[in-house]
Design a protein around this ligand. Structure first.
Ligand SMILES: [Zn+2]
Length: 475
């Protein structure tokens, strides 16, 4: 790779001459992950999207008693499907309703039960099973008027696509064993204000659950845009931890619980610490985005994950936001272009144009590819160690080197640590070096003033953790 012969480009080049770079043994494809991805079935995804659309509406305020129509029938069917998958896989997938009574609010005229369907695949490594990796889609749908609980609202793309992808991931991954715990969620109340996800995230924070990653899949059904532009080898990944945290730091609600207040104080501290250290693009959310992109592009050749440093699109939101607001790493997958005639629209034909979120506008093979992208990222993470804790860059005196230290991990299959780095303008890691099973390393000739570093823990099978951003150690 040609380097600029000035500034930090020269520093990197100098170092490459002085010490050999990491061996190019990786990136490699993990055959176990490749086998997992091959099991993901576009046919099953298609069948599930068509079934979800056939409930006519899955509006959060729609009927719950009918066996064939409305959100109640939809959630009972999702739960039964996941339970069938669990039985086939030996019963390790734990499927349950997660219900709360949402009080009347902006988009809920009277108190309404909000019911998530949650399937948990417990981790099998004692030191990792408390690490939760959450993946979601929302199964509620809407028509043109967000309060219209009666009109047909098939929601095939928004978000039967995400729901079917998450169901397929749960069914395929339930047949395997992972170190960390995977939580597959079909949530409700998204269109009424992210209600199901907010309640789950708040409970998780209150219980001190260690959510290492949260990924929502919302509108992943089509690679075709408004103007007919098409690219089935791209997906957008919205990954930005800073903006919602800053917003949160500015206005904390008056009636928040002690736990939420404590969590938010911690989040505010994190914002300050990272920003002061030049780590505005190195929150855990950004590291999660980098990991998902890297793992996906490594395992699906020709597929591009477009990392976007925004929490979401303008005027829109998703179920990752309540996780972000509570200091968890959380990101959103969405198709590359979007066609707004096929979202949040009553089903109709106007001047020869078909409106509505119908299965005929969904590309089931594309949904399967996005499910594979999720699976590559989540499976590699669920097999990897935890990110190293307490990573620090020593800033005790003026040097042109970089001394890094961190706390030792305790996984039994830990092999050692990897230092990754990049120039400040690069969104992704550009270099890496495996440094063995140590908890301090001096990166000679690489200046902390010019580069951004991360520390990863690596297991004996080569699975690398999310990177930890080293905060300055000043005394
Ligand atoms: Zn949606």
């Amino acid at each position: 790779m040609p380097h600029r012969l000035a500034g930090l480009g020269a520093a990197v080049l100098l170092s490459a001459c002085a010490t050999p770079p990491a061996p190019p043994a990786e990136p490699h494809r993990d055959p176990a992950i490749a086998a997992l991805l091959a099991e993901i079935s576009p046919q099953r995804i298609e069948a599930r999207i068509r079934t979800l659309a056939a409930f006519e509406t899955r509006h959060t305020l729609s009927e719950t008693d009918s066996p064939t129509r409305g959100i109640g029938a939809a959630r009972r069917w999702i739960k039964a499907e996941l339970e069938a998958c669990s039985r086939e896989a030996g019963g390790r997938l734990q499927v349950a309703f997660d219900e709360h009574l949402e009080p009347a609010g902006a988009r809920v005229p009277s108190a309404t039960p909000i019911v998530n369907v949650v399937a948990t695949l417990p981790g099998t490594q004692p030191s990792s099973r408390d690490r939760l990796l959450v993946v979601s889609g929302h199964y509620d749908s809407r028509a043109s008027d967000v309060m219209d609980a009666h009109s047909v609202a098939p929601g095939a793309n928004d978000d039967a696509s995400g729901t079917a992808a998450v169901m397929e991931m749960a069914c395929v991954m339930a047949r395997r064993r992972f170190d960390a715990t995977l939580v597959f969620m079909a949530v409700a109340g998204e269109e009424q204000g992210l209600l199901g996800a907010t309640n789950w995230a708040a409970q998780a924070r209150r219980q001190g659950l260690q959510v290492e990653a949260m990924v929502t899949n919302d509108i992943i059904g089509s690679p075709v845009g408004d103007f007919g532009q098409r690219d089935a080898r791209q997906v957008r990944l919205f990954a930005d931890g800073l903006t919602p945290l800053l917003r949160l730091a500015l206005r904390a609600p008056a009636n928040q619980s002690t736990e939420d207040a404590a969590a938010q104080a911690a989040v505010r501290q994190q914002v300050d610490d990272f920003a002061r250290a030049g780590g505005s693009a190195d929150f855990p959310t950004h590291q999660l985005g980098r990991h998902l992109k890297e793992a996906a592009e490594r395992h699906l050749s020709g597929f591009q994950v477009n990392l976007i440093q925004r929490p979401d699109r303008y005027l829109r939101g998703g179920d990752h936001l309540p996780f972000l607001a509570r200091g968890y790493a959380a990101v959103r997958f969405t198709e590359p272009f979007e066609n707004f005639r096929h979202q949040h629209q009553n089903v109709r034909t106007e001047n020869g144009v078909r409106y509505g979120d119908l299965p005929e506008f969904v590309d089931f093979g594309y949904v399967a590819d996005v499910a594979r992208i999720n699976t590559a990222g989540l499976a590699t993470l669920a097999l990897a160690p935890a990110p190293p804790k307490n990573a620090r860059v020593e800033v005790l005196e003026l040097t042109n080197d970089t001394a890094l230290r961190w706390d030792a991990n305790n996984e039994p299959d830990l092999a050692g640590y990897r230092i990754v780095w990049r120039e400040t303008g690069s969104p992704v890691w550009q270099h890496r070096r495996d440094v063995g099973n140590v908890t301090r390393i001096v990166m000679s000739g690489l200046s902390k003033d010019n580069l951004i570093f991360g520390v990863q823990a690596v297991d004996r099978d080569g699975h690398a953790s999310l990177a930890s951003f080293p905060l300055p150690l000043t005394r």
